[in-house]
Design a protein around this ligand. Structure first.
Ligand code: SF4
Length: 365
């Protein structure tokens, strides 16, 4: 792979294009750039599309208008607002980072990418995005969009996700930076916009691309070949069973430990498939409603069988684990919930209300 145009010319073409055709109305953009807003947006944008992030960003800014407000919040408040955005370690790191800066750094963000990358939840690309956008540091970003652009520009043959591709593209990203630090905010935004608006995963708009003359894949007519797909591995599937104990008034949930895939979030009673009650099958058929939910994580897929278990009263259902607690439905829906739990409760709430007064059953085992 070789850089096919002078880096400065490449950067200037991108910057010129961004001024005319890039995005200038995103809620975290502004002059001068606000480190709190840029940092918050960059954490949310890790593994999430801009269109999804905008609503969450607006809600966060309304509730936590500055770093101090976020630092003073409880972790549960932050998780509740993050609920549905996924990858919950981001929310916990966001909170830890806010507290670190507010309470131990006099509320000031470090100004170099290297120092930013030492804070919770800020990797090298996020650190570079903040440092270049807010402080004009000559630091290269390499998020998913930029990787795709650079892989096409250079016909990178290494498969997606491989360390070799990462190494090659970091070098490309560094080599293409503009010389002047005053150009860095516009350049960083430009390369992100190019990936999001023009060099999209499917059907890239090469005819409108400001760097098409530098693009090896375009020149060879092989845009569809790049990036080279990741080497496929079978994705394992895990079966889970949730029992949603509920009545028209309340639903029982339990908080997860602070480590794991859903740290500190609230889930229904999760039943270990290896320790299913002896008459589980019989119980299922006696329940009011059984649905299946699929949910994908990075390394495996989940198939979740959800049973709705009618349960009134203040006492936990027989056989339930410690920590299962009743909540009114409205309160339950405002707790920090993983996306599939949110979906399940939204589906079951009308069922619980509609079937109130029907046959009661409270013992799954
Ligand atoms: S020419 Fe096409 S493939 Fe190459 S960078 Fe531009 S949009 Fe992407």
């Amino acid at each position: 792979m070789a850089v096919s145009a002078k880096p400065t010319a490449f950067a200037q073409r991108l910057i010129g294009w961004q001024r005319r055709h890039g995005r200038h109305e995103l809620p975290w953009q502004g002059q001068p750039a606000d480190p709190y807003r840029v940092w918050l947006s960059e954490i949310m944008l890790q593994q999430t599309q801009v269109t999804t992030v905008i609503d969450y960003f607006d809600r966060f800014i309304k509730r936590f208008p500055n770093l101090q407000a976020l630092a003073r919040a409880t972790e549960q408040e932050v998780l509740a607002l993050w609920s549905g955005l996924g990858y919950y370690h981001r929310a916990r790191n966001l909170h830890a980072c806010a507290r670190e800066i507010a309470f131990h750094r006099a509320g000031r963000f470090p100004e170099s990418a290297q120092a930013l990358a030492a804070l919770p939840g800020i990797g090298p690309s996020t650190a570079a995005a903040i440092a270049s956008t807010v402080f004009g540091e000559r630091a290269a970003i390499l998020d998913g969009n930029v990787k795709r652009v650079l892989a096409r520009l250079t016909c990178a043959e290494q498969p997606w996700g491989s360390p070799a591709l990462e190494r090659a593209l970091w070098k490309q990203a560094d080599d293409r930076l503009p010389k002047r630090s005053s150009d860095m905010p516009a350049y960083t935004q430009a390369i992100m916009d190019l990936g999001a608006l023009i060099c999209r995963p499917k059907a890239p708009q090469c005819g409108r691309c400001p760097v098409a003359s530098d693009c090896q894949a375009h020149r060879r007519g092989q845009v569809d070949r790049y990036p080279v797909p990741r080497i496929k591995r079978a994705v394992p599937q895990r079966q889970l069973y949730w029992a949603v104990c509920s009545s028209a008034q309340s639903v029982w949930l339990m908080q997860q430990p602070s480590a794991g895939i859903w740290p500190s979030l609230w889930l229904p009673w999760t039943i270990d498939p290896d320790a299913l009650p002896r008459n589980w099958d019989k119980t299922i058929t006696a329940l009011q409603h059984v649905i299946e939910v699929r949910h994908s994580l990075t390394h495996y897929r989940m198939l979740i069988s959800v049973a709705m278990l009618r349960h009134d009263g203040d006492q936990a259902p027989a056989g339930a684990p410690e920590g299962l607690k009743p909540f009114g439905w409205a309160e339950a829906l405002s707790l920090p919930l993983p996306a599939p739990v949110k979906r399940v409760l939204a589906r079951l709430y009308p069922v619980a209300r509609a079937t109130d007064g029907g046959p009661r059953r409270s013992k799954p085992a």
